[in-house]
Structures are given as C-alpha cells and as structure tokens.
Design a protein around this ligand. Sequence first.
Ligand code: NAD
Length: 507
Amino acid sequence: MPSAELTENLEAVGAALARFRDQPIQHMIGGEACAASDGAVFENTTPIDNARIGDVAKGTVDDIDAAARAAHGAFPAWAALSGAKRRDLLHTIADAIESNAREIALVESFDTGQALRFMSKAAVRGAENFRFFADRAAGARDGLSLPADEHLNYTLRQPIGPVGVITPWNTPFMLSTWKIAPALAAGCTVVHKPAEWSPCTASLLIEIMQDAGLPAGVVNTVHGIGEVAGRALTEHPLVKAVAFVGESLTGSHIMRQGADTLKRVHFELGGKNPVIVFDDADLDRALDAVVFMIYSLNGERCTSSSRLLIQSSVADEFLDRLEARVAALRVGHPLDPATEVGPLIHTTHREKVCRYFDVARAEGANVRVGGGIGDFGAGNYVQPTLFTEANSTMRVAQEEIFGPVLTALTFEDEAEAIAVANQVAYGLAGYVWTGNSGRSMRVARDLDVGMVWVNSENNRHLPTPFGGMKASGVGRDGGDYSFDFYMETKNVCIAMDTHAVPSLGKG
Ligand code: NAD
C-alpha cells in the first residue's frame, strides 16, 4: 500500500511526464526545438520498472554542427553583454529554477531512480549554482596589475568562445547547472550534450533558461549517444573547450578526439574514494558519515566514499554497527519520501554492479550485507551491500562500482592508512576521521586526492576548488577556478617610454 505522499508524488510526476510521453524530447538549437536531422529517436525508460517514459531525439553529426554554429553566432553579442546584465539574467534563471524545483526534482527522481529526498535538494542546488556565478559575472574579467620597472603589465580575462558541456546521468540537473552557469557568467556560449539515460531535466533546464530571456543560441541542447553526438561535439572546430563529467575512460577518449582541434578540456571523472576512520575519532559521527557517503544517491556519486579504511583496534565494533545500519537502509520507490536507496539508473548498470558481487566472492571477500538484487520489485534495485575482510589489491577495493556497495579494509597505523588510501588509480576525494588535529593535517597533506574532508561528509562550499588528481580528473571547478577554464587570460604590457628599445640596421 503506497503512502499518501508517494501517491501524491506519483500523480504529480504523471502530469509532469505527460509531455515526454506524448512527443519525443527534442533538441534546442538556436532557440528552436527540433528533431534529429534524420528524424531518429531513442527510447528513454525509468529505472523504477523499466517502463518507457518516451522517445528522445538521437543527435547526429549534423545536429551538433548546427548547434555549434548557433553557439558561434550567438557568442559575440553574449560576450559583449555587460556583466551586470548577465548577472541579472542568471538570477532570473535561478528564480525560475526555484519556482519549478518540485517538478524538476520529481522528474529527475523518476528518470534516474535517485531518491526524492536527495533530488529535491539537488534541484535547489541548481538554482544556487546560477546565483553564485551570477554574482561573479561582473568581476569575471578582472585581471592583475603586474608593474615592472619601465612597463606596466596588466591582465584581462576574456571568454574563450563557444564551449561544449557533456554531462553524466547521476544528478544530471545539478551537474549541468554547475557547468553551464559559470560558462554563461564568463561570457561563453554553450552546446550541451546530456547523458542518454537521463535526458528529461536537461530539456526542462533549457526551456527554463529560454523562458527567462536567455537569447537564442546562447545555450543549445543536443541529445544523443556519446560516441556519436558527444564525439562530434568534442571534434567540432568551432567549439573551443569541452567541460566533461563522466567516466575516466571516456575522458581519455575525449582527450584524443579533441586533439586535432587542440581543445581545452576540463574533466571530472571517476573515483574510489577512501574514508579513513582512526580509533581516536568520534565514531558515532564517523559512522553516520560513512553510511551517508556511500548509500545516499544510490552510491552513484563521484565523491562517494566507496572504501572504508578502519583502524584495527576499533574495527570489530565499528563494522558490527555498520552492518546493522546497512541492513536497515530503506530501499524503495524513489518518489517515496521515506526511501533512502532507489533503483540503479539502467539494467546495464545494474548488471555491472551485480558482477562485482560475484567478483567479491571469487576474490574471497566476505559479503557481510546484501550482495544480490533482493526482492524490491521490477526495477533496477540492488541490495545495499557491505564487503568486509577485503584487501587493497582486490578489484572491489580498486575499481569504481558506482552503486550502494562499500568495501571495508582494516589498517594498523597512520602510515599504512595513507599507503592503502593512495594505492588506487583514482584520486578524487578523501575523508579523514580523527580526534588528532596534527594527524588530520598530515594525512590531508599525504593523500593523493583533489579534495579532503576532515571529520565531515562531503560538504560543498562553492568558492572552493572541486576536482581530482590521477585518473579522477584534469583541472578544477568552483569559484574563480571555473573562470580560469572558461576564459582566456591576456597580458597587456605598456611601456613608460623610458626604456631603451633595441635599435638594429643602423650600420
Ligand atoms: P560516461 O563517461 O559513460 O558518460 C558521460 C557522458 O559522456 C554522457 O553524456 C555520454 O553520452 C558521453 N560520452 C560517452 N562517450 C563519449 C565520447 N566518446 N565522446 C564524447 N562524449 C561521450 O559516464 P556516466 O556513466 O554517464 O557517468 C558516471 C561516471 O561519471 C562515473 O565514473 C562517475 O564517477 C563520473 N562522475 C564524476 C564526477 C566528478 O565530479 N568527478 C561527477 C559525476 C560523475
């Protein structure tokens, strides 16, 4: 018997999805909704029961070309708009996102399987992204004054041009705003290629932006398959830079694809992030954070702490308590407000996650909780899973599983914790729990990761740099770091007319 809230949410999402059912999601190119150049579509399904949501335009190389030309055509006027006008428009977009936040959250939850309790925050965070970069639009071009003895140097920042934004299917709305808002604030125009498994809210976003007054062609959305539409975007000569969020392997493809046109790239890629819990930590708070950072968002989260490194002296007790919490997680319909873990994005992805259950058993890890699909109905559900008695060389301790699956390892001392934490190809985030401030600083310094949280779960402050080392990424986002990517820095050197100009050809 569904709860009253679930029934109400299902009715609301049913109404919101009618448009996606009745006609295919279209591209938006130069301000006009349009089908693929050859009329092709692909089917979009919901992870809740794998039923069809609707069809989606399957972007072609020609569609990407049209979108890149639209972005190129819109660029001079958009780049020339004053920072204050761009700020006002981005705030208007943020207002509209807030007004539509419930619809966005419901549709995102239905399309991705992510629990509504998290998606409602992600929709609001999308508006925050626009507000944050709106307020920085006016100063985005500010440079430095670098005086020398007889010259004054100053720097200017100018938008790089039309950029490509390629986003994944996990929290797609929030991640799209995280890329598009700074690009617009910098003065760039955009071609957005959303993930094929979660196209709905990208379509809502472009409509919201255009209804808010964004000029035609400033953002263009082309749906489609990564290897075709995504690839064409990364190869297009009018596209000056590509901001990509997705798998590490796709990142290396994109680097190759963009080589001929010398594309500037920014990559936010995969992770196998450690949470290190020392015996002097506040273990109650650490336990909450350990559970939250792998089982929220279905574990389909780049910064999820998918490796627990627990100090041996407290491991038995901590793992007993962890086991009880994992076993008690509420798996269910993502639109049920009580649900903590929903279905995985796609049958293909569920198969991948389930293969790791077999890998863990074959490698000799203990499947202490879960390890199967459970009995949750027709959707892409898996049981929240905990592997223990694992060692660092096992595949379940090395590879990104991207599901509600935690691998626990034990360590004896600080040196071993750091060595094991760094013993993976990835380097996105690390979480350290300790009551010793000196240790927290030593470990933070020695982890090969782009971001460290001490005695905290992932807590985002928008001015701070976001990104990874090693196979987890290239470059940083956030605050002024985003503008470094979306803008060119130009140096202007002016003489004071006092220095000796070299004089040749005088015999
Ligand atoms: P993916 O790499 O399969 O796809 C991401 C996007 O790239 C999609 O839009 C896809 O269509 C497109 N694409 C695929 N092949 C392409 C190609 N050859 N050229 C151009 N575009 C191509 O990733 P996914 O499965 O959608 O997302 C999950 C991954 O994203 C995980 O590895 C996760 O860790 C990562 N991720 C990283 C961050 C971060 O900030 N570091 C954030 C979210 C997700």
